[in-house]
Each structure stands twice: as structure tokens, then as C-alpha cells.
Design a binder for this molecule. Structure first.
Ligand code: C2E
Ligand code: MG
Length: 512
């Protein structure tokens, strides 16, 4: 009996152990299954991640419109080729579609995009062999050729030209090419410099109908380096306050008092003296430097106004030039408001001069910005009116309170009877539309009197005063002009004002 119990007990233990082993087995199997499952799911996730990274890379290196390589792709590929083939001859070509602006304007931006996609397809077919190509930015394609003969390169340009012509029978599509033979031993050149060389070469194309390509020459290289030096110096000049605000008075033609002043930039350039904006603005306008300079000028104007207010000097409104580049977005409005807030300047003390070239044929975006400025109660003036387009429709379409007639418009029209008639009617029309009309470039008493007679409100020009630094402007404003300008009593000539500083002495003598 005892044996039986022991045997049963042992059987029980064996069965129990078997059961435990079975359970463990199931457990391990379950764990192994789970591991396999997890492994698969990790593998899948890794694949997914790889796909995502690949597609992100693809997106990062692809132009959104044309789906060919973009600027990052181009930089990557070119840098790698330069590294791999240091002894090769490389030619960089940059080209732009010359009529893209007009195509966008007349047929809409989607047609412009189609032209770009078509051009990208041409590149896929025409650029062969040891070459890289990309859609570098909005209207710039880049091609890098390695060890290609000049003949091959010009042949490729010819075939691109021929295919572009086939795009449409309704309008012409053409391109302008800039060519640069890269000197890899010139280690100071970045890829952006090299791209810029092709842009400068494009600008050297004078008659695209006969020859639509140009090479980057020694002469272009010299001027590029000079400009580059100036751009670097500009940052320093901003910090050192080497840019100076000059103010040119605007005179009410009925009361002959200064009613406002235009702020005009000057660069006090070490070793060269005071530079006119024409010496540096065109360079700045091709880069973002113009934004920095304008911001600086606007702040300087706010400081001048604050000083006038603090010194109880009856502030007059200052008109500030707004470079067209600002009108591409609304960031500058925030900047203006921020400045006005910091210096506690009210909006009636600032006039924004929007250049005609920036607002003529205004795109939807520019129109919206003009409306926004008006909603925020800024005083707006169209500057250089009549210089290029005479956009009469602007006057009815946009809430602009003032127009400033371009200096050349006055010069051109004040020498003939027909011209004077045009001026008379333009002023009459502006009056009908309730606009204040300012005429720029008034150089003689005769012009001033004529403008007053036909109802022009305000004049600006050397007849009254050249742009003056703020100290001289303050003296002029405070001590004399308010009482002095009487056309019948005061007859300065243009030559009298040969030197800005002389003006005060001249006038003192007359008053004395
Ligand atoms: P603008 O806005 O049309 O300014 C008027 C220009 O005409 C000024 O040239 C002024 O000195 C000149 N002027 C005025 N009256 C007469 C006159 O009776 N006879 C002659 N011959 N010229 C006269 P300036 O100061 O050389 O400025 C040239 C242009 O540079 C300006 O033309 C404006 O477009 C631009 N500019 C000047 N300062 C700035 C600035 O701070 N920011 C921006 N974005 N542009 C500026
Ligand atoms: Mg102006």
C-alpha cells in the first residue's frame, strides 16, 4: 500500500513536471513567436524609416516645380565632381528664361510653371555625358560640364535654344546664358561665387536676338570682386553708422513753407568721401542688403523725428523710400510698426514712398500689401510717377494719397508746349481724384511758378535746396525757409547751390 502511494506520488510529480515543461514550452514558443513578430515589425519600421529618409532626401534635393535637382543637389554634385576630378576642365553655365515675367503676367503663373517644366525636360534630353544640371532657383537653371569642348558646349546651348522656340506658336520663349570656365586652383571661389559669375555673364548679354550668351571675363571678375568687397564693408558701415540720412525739403507751392522732407541715403565711405546712392544701391538691390539698409534708414528717420519732438522743434513728416523688394511680403510692415512703437512716432509723421516700378502692374500680393498699409493708416506716395509706365489705373485702383512726379518727367515736359499741356492735365486729373501732387526735380523759378499755377501742391528740387545733412536741414528749417521762399523776392539759380553747405551762406547774405 505504502509502495502504491509512493508510486502514485512519483507519477503525480512526473505529470506535474511534464505539465510545467509543457507550459514553459508554450511560454517559450509564445515568446519566440512574439520576438519574431517584433523582429518583423522592427524590420518593417526600419524599411519605412528608410523609405521616409529616402523620400525626404529626394524632396530636399528636388525642385518642387520641375522635379529635377534643386540648388542643394547642384551644390552637392558639383562639389563632389570637383573633388573627384581636380584636373578636369569644368564649365559652369547659368541660364534664365528671358520672358518669364511677361509670361507670368499675361498668361498666369501656371503657364510660367509649364515653361519651367518644359525647360527641365529639355535639359534631360540635351545635357549628356559628364554633366550635372539643376533648377537652381525660381528663374535660374545651372549646368556643369566636365571636359567638354567649347564646340560641344555651344552645340548644347544651340539645341536648348531650338527646343525652347518650339514651346509655343503664340509667344516666344527664349533664354539668356552666362558661361564661366572654372579655375579650380582659385580656391577662394565658393560655388555661390561661381553661380554669381554666370549671372553676371548673363547680364553682359547686350543683344539677345543676335547672341544670347556671354562669357564671364576678367573685367567682370574685377567688378564682381569690388562689389563683393563693398557688400562686406556695408555690414561694417552699418555698425559704424557710416550711412547718413540726408533730408531734402518739400515745399508747399502756395505757402512756400517746408511741409515735409525726403530721407535720402549717403555713404560716408572712408577715403572716398560721401557716396551718392547711385554708387551702391543698384548693387544692394540685387541682394538682401537693401532690406538691411532700408531698415537702418527707417530707424534713423524715427530717431530724427524723436529728437525733433523731444527738442520741441515742431516735427515735419519724413518721406522714406521703400525699396520694391519689401513689397514681396508684409514683414516690413511689422518692422515699421515696431520702430514707430519703440520711438513713439505717430503715423502722420511718416510717408512711405513706393517706387512706381514696384507697384506698376501690381501682382495680387503687392495689391494686398498696399491695401494692408492703407488699412493701417500709413500715408502712401507713388514715387517717380511717370518714369516708366505712367500707371494711371493705379490711381483709381489703390488708396494712394500722393503721387510724386518723376524728375525726368518734369524735365522732358517742361521744355515744350505739348509737354506743359500734359503736365497741366495730369495735375488736373490728380486733383479730380483728390490726390496730393508733388513734383520732383524743380530746378528753376519758372518751373516752380508754372507748377503753382497749374495747381501742383508741393515741389522738391535744387531750386529750393539740395539734400542736406540733418544739422544743415535743421538750420534751414528753423531759421529761414519758413519765411524766406517768396518767388517774387528770391531768385537763386541752380549754380548757387553747387555745394550743399554753401546754401546757408548764400541765403544768409541775401537775408542780411
Ligand atoms: P528718388 O527717390 O527719386 O529721390 C530723388 C532724387 O532726385 C535724389 O537723388 C535727389 O537728390 C534728386 N533730386 C532732387 N531734386 C533734384 C533736382 O532738382 N535736380 C536733380 N538733378 N536731382 C534732384 P539721390 O539722393 O541721389 O537718390 C537717388 C535715388 O536713390 C532716390 O531717388 C531713391 O530711389 C534712391 N534712394 C535714396 N535713398 C534711399 C533709401 O534710403 N532707400 C532706398 N530704398 N532708396 C533710396
Ligand atoms: Mg523718393
Amino acid at each position: 500500500m505504502a509502495y502504491m502511494i509512493i508510486i502514485l506520488f512519483l507519477i503525480g510529480i512526473i505529470l506535474f513536471m511534464g505539465y510545467r515543461l509543457h507550459i514553459k514550452d508554450i511560454h517559450y514558443k509564445y515568446k519566440a513567436d512574439k520576438m519574431t513578430h517584433l523582429e518583423h515589425s522592427y524590420e518593417n519600421r526600419i524599411h519605412d524609416l528608410e523609405d521616409t529618409v529616402n523620400s525626404l532626401n529626394q524632396t530636399a534635393f528636388t525642385h518642387t516645380v520641375t522635379k529635377i535637382g534643386n540648388i542643394d543637389y547642384f551644390i552637392n554634385q558639383c562639389t563632389s565632381l570637383f573633388g573627384r576630378y581636380p584636373n578636369s576642365v569644368f564649365i559652369m553655365i547659368g541660364f534664365s528664361i528671358s520672358s518669364l515675367g511677361k509670361i507670368n503676367q499675361f498668361f498666369g503663373p501656371s503657364e510660367g510653371d509649364k515653361v519651367m517644366v518644359y525647360t527641365a525636360d529639355i535639359l534631360k534630353n540635351c545635357v549628356k555625358g559628364n554633366a550635372v544640371y539643376a533648377h537652381v532657383n525660381s528663374n535660374l537653371f545651372g549646368i556643369l560640364l566636365r571636359d567638354s569642348s567649347e564646340e560641344e558646349m555651344l552645340g548644347m546651348i544651340d539645341s536648348i535654344n531650338a527646343k525652347l522656340k518650339d514651346y509655343s506658336s503664340a509667344f516666344a520663349v527664349s533664354a539668356i546664358f552666362g558661361i564661366h570656365y572654372i579655375d579650380l586652383s582659385h580656391t577662394g571661389d565658393s560655388l555661390m561665387d561661381i553661380m554669381n559669375y554666370t549671372l553676371l555673364a548673363q547680364k553682359a548679354v547686350t543683344d539677345p536676338k543676335t547672341m544670347n550668351y556671354a562669357y564671364f571675363t576678367e573685367e567682370l571678375s574685377r567688378s564682381y570682386n569690388e562689389n563683393k568687397k563693398m557688400s562686406i564693408e556695408m555690414e561694417e558701415a552699418l555698425n559704424n553708422h557710416n550711412f547718413i540720412v540726408y533730408l531734402q525739403p518739400m515745399i508747399d507751392l502756395h505757402s512756400y513753407q517746408i511741409v515735409s522732407a525726403e530721407a535720402l541715403v549717403r555713404w560716408d565711405y572712408p577715403g572716398k568721401g560721401i557716396l551718392s546712392p547711385y554708387a551702391f544701391l543698384p548693387l544692394f538691390e540685387n541682394t538682401s542688403l537693401i532690406q538691411k539698409l532700408d531698415y537702418y534708414m527707417w530707424e534713423e528717420c524715427c530717431k530724427i523725428l524723436r529728437r525733433w519732438i523731444d527738442n520741441k522743434m515742431a516735427p515735419i513728416p519724413i518721406a522714406m523710400n521703400i525699396s520694391p523688394i519689401h513689397l514681396q511680403g508684409s514683414a516690413f510692415i511689422d518692422k515699421l510698426e515696431q520702430l514707430m512703437h519703440s520711438y513713439l512716432i505717430s503715423k502722420d509723421l511718416l510717408i512711405l514712398e513706393l517706387p512706381e516700378r514696384g507697384v506698376a502692374n501690381a501682382t495680387k500680393e503687392v495689391a494686398e500689401i498696399i491695401m494692408k498699409l492703407k488699412e493701417k493708416n500709413f500715408s502712401l506716395c507713388i514715387d517717380n510717377f511717370g518714369s516708366v509706365h505712367s500707371p494711371l489705373n493705379l490711381l483709381k485702383d489703390y488708396p494712394i494719397g500722393q503721387i510724386k512726379l518723376d524728375r525726368n518727367f518734369l524735365t522732358k515736359n517742361s521744355s515744350s508746349n505739348e509737354g506743359l499741356t500734359i503736365l497741366r492735365y495730369l495735375v488736373a486729373m490728380a486733383k479730380e481724384l483728390d490726390l496730393t501732387i508733388i513734383t520732383e526735380g524743380v530746378e528753376s523759378l519758372q518751373q516752380a511758378n508754372f507748377l503753382a499755377d497749374i495747381g501742383c501742391d508741393i515741389a522738391q528740387g535744387y531750386f529750393f535746396a539740395k539734400p542736406l545733412d540733418v544739422r544743415h536741414f535743421d538750420q534751414l528749417n528753423k531759421s529761414m525757409l519758413r519765411n524766406l521762399y517768396r518767388p517774387s523776392e528770391y531768385y537763386p539759380t541752380f549754380e548757387d547751390f553747387a555745394k550743399d553747405v554753401d546754401i546757408l551762406t548764400q541765403m544768409m547774405q541775401r537775408v542780411g
